[in-house]
Design a protein around this ligand. Structure first.
Ligand SMILES: Cc1cc2nc3c(=O)[nH]c(=O)nc-3n(C[C@H](O)[C@H](O)[C@H](O)COP(=O)(O)OP(=O)(O)OC[C@H]3O[C@@H](n4cnc5c(N)ncnc54)[C@H](O)[C@@H]3O)c2cc1C
Length: 291
């Protein structure tokens, strides 16, 4: 997909140049995702402050340019053709401070910075706070949403509001933040010791080391998705450069040159086989971003 050249895109680029942050027109999204897949965005902007993020979203909304927030890109699959709009990377929003009994963290703070001391259940999850809140990231040992006091978000009317934990609607790998597409600016978190870190890290060692986006499917009521996929004989199944991991069957790994199309073909094949054998339809945990 060619980088946008219309009036809207030119006005967007001009507006973004006036904001504190880094601007990368036409950056391939494969560089910003753990899957290493995805064509170029018209522009990627990494705001230096939460206020600049608000201004960038407001600008895109005013100009009618599609926009998408991105943390570490560890739960998303972008199309091979790229994203025809603005991708807002939160990686520069990484300030963290103590306030009273809370940790106040900006949206781009890596979970790896929070996990070791205060959120051990999240150890090894390669995302950011904002993506983690949107997805209510977690493991069997605990979920991020459980340790939230408040979340500051940008509402669709342009107002910045502080939502309580219950207003965030956290559920299994889901939240109202994600469903409504509310940009998270920062959050107040309750630090709490979880399970011993070593225990969690041993579990992590069972995960593939090749590029991936974590678990592809949600665990259905019947059985863990990985167990169903393995029992369906799909470990090692390939489509182009995408393969069902030998280590963990709910992971699709990029063998080096996988395309989004390869991953989607493999997803279809897995779903069809599991549905045929177990009569279970697997729902995606991985987010497929539409062009
Ligand atoms: C090896 C590996 C292991 C993993 N293990 C786990 C695991 O054990 N448990 C688990 O839950 N997940 C796991 N994941 C998936 C992933 O790391 C989590 O879902 C993580 O929380 C995503 O964070 P992110 O910053 O990468 O979000 P992204 O992938 O960048 O984005 C995910 C979603 O959040 C939105 N988003 C991003 N930032 C913001 C923001 N500031 N405000 C609002 N919305 C935002 C995006 O638009 C997108 O819709 C794993 C992934 C990998 C690659």
């Amino acid at each position: 997909m060619a980088v946008g050249t219309g009036n809207g895109t030119r006005a967007l680029i001009r507006g973004l140049r006036g904001l504190p942050g880094e601007l990368y027109p036409g950056l391939p999204l494969a560089r910003l995702t753990t899957f290493r897949i995805g064509g170029p965005a018209w522009a990627v902007f990494a705001p230096a402050t939460p206020e600049a993020l608000v201004e960038a979203v407001t600008l895109a909304r005013t100009l009618g340019v599609p926009w998408k927030l991105l943390g570490r890109g560890s739960n998303v699959l972008f199309p091979d053709a790229g994203f025809p709009g603005l991708v807002l990377s939160t990686t520069r929003l990484n300030r963290l401070r103590r306030q009273g009994g809370l940790l106040v963290a900006e949206a781009g703070v890596p979970l790896s910075k929070l996990a070791p001391r205060w959120f051990s259940a999240l150890a090894g999850i390669p995302g950011t706070l904002g993506g983690g809140l949107a997805m209510n990231a977690g493991t069997r040992a605990g979920e991020l949403g459980a340790q939230v006091a408040w979340v500051e978000v940008l509402l669709p009317d342009g107002e910045v509001a502080r939502l309580s934990r219950s207003e965030c609607g956290f559920a299994y790998r889901d939240s109202r933040l994600r469903r409504l597409g509310l940009p998270v600016l920062r959050a107040g978190l309750v630090p709490r010791a979880g399970p011993p870190l070593e225990e969690v890290l041993v579990r992590r060692a069972g995960q593939p080391s090749l590029p991936s986006a974590g678990c592809v499917f949600r665990n259905p009521r019947e059985a863990p998705a990985g167990w169903l996929i393995e029992r369906a004989g799909l470990k090692g199944a390939r489509e182009g450069g995408a393969m069902v991991s030998h280590r963990h069957a709910n992971f699709i790994v990029n063998l080096g040159r996988a395309t989004a199309r390869d991953v989607l073909s493999l997803v279809d094949r897995i779903r069809a086989r599991v549905a045929c054998i177990f009569d279970v339809w697997l729902e995606l945990e991985l987010e497929i971003v539409s062009p």
